[in-house]
Design a protein around this ligand. Structure first.
Ligand SMILES: [Ca+2]
Ligand SMILES: [Ca+2]
Length: 196
């Protein structure tokens, strides 16, 4: 469809965004419409409040943390390419993504490793490369329901950290985190339908 193709041209830097994120042109166009609809005052960027309108994030216990990741380095606005770059971590891994990759190209944002890195930084609030017991406690508090007492929460936290903590330093490194999630299907868990 010619008219669709020419409309895609209005997306700034569309070619480099497509290469970096792996989203198809049609998908980027839909995301661009979504971006513009979320941008309530037609500012050209999104604020935290704009992103809070996304239903899938509103119901996600880690939704606020995911929203944080749109604003690295304390910035208060995210443009379209930043928006799509975060969303790319949630793009399902497709059959066609595997095997065909040029090894000189950077790893796709939706690879298992990048999904794990993204998940890890939702826990590692102070970005020191380790999930401390306190950081684990905070995430578990968000994820478990109100029916759990503080005491139970503390013991769940201790167990979770102990199970993952192989070198016994009392914290969970990225490697330990990746290992402990090995049995979980992270690819599937980190594939959210963002357009619904
Ligand atoms: Ca930390
Ligand atoms: Ca450790």
């Amino acid at each position: 469809m010619g008219s669709r193709g020419s409309r895609a041209a209005v997306i700034p830097d569309v070619d480099s965004i497509r290469r970096e994120t792996g989203f198809s042109q049609a998908c980027l166009l839909r995301l661009y419409h979504r971006f513009r609809a979320l941008d309530r005052n037609k500012k050209g960027y999104l604020s935290r409040m704009d992103l809070q309108q996304i239903g899938a994030l509103a119901v996600n216990p880690l939704g606020d943390r995911i929203i944080d990741s749109f604003f690295p380095d304390g910035s208060l606005r995210v443009d379209f390419s930043g928006f799509v770059r975060v969303l790319a971590h949630f793009r399902p891994i497709e059959e066609e993504d595997t095997g065909m990759r040029d090894p000189k190209q950077p790893e796709p944002l939706n690879s298992r490793m990048n999904k794990l890195r993204f998940a890890f930084q939702l826990y590692d609030l102070d970005r020191d490369g380790k999930i401390s017991r306190q950081e684990m406690l905070q995430v578990l508090r968000l994820m478990v329901g109100v029916q759990v007492t503080e005491e139970q929460l503390e013991s769940i936290t201790d167990r979770t950290v102990q199970e993952a903590d192989e070198d016994g330093d009392g914290a969970v490194s990225f490697l330990e985190f990746a290992k402990s999630l090995e049995k979980m299907n992270i690819e599937q868990k980190m594939s959210i339908r963002i357009l619904k």
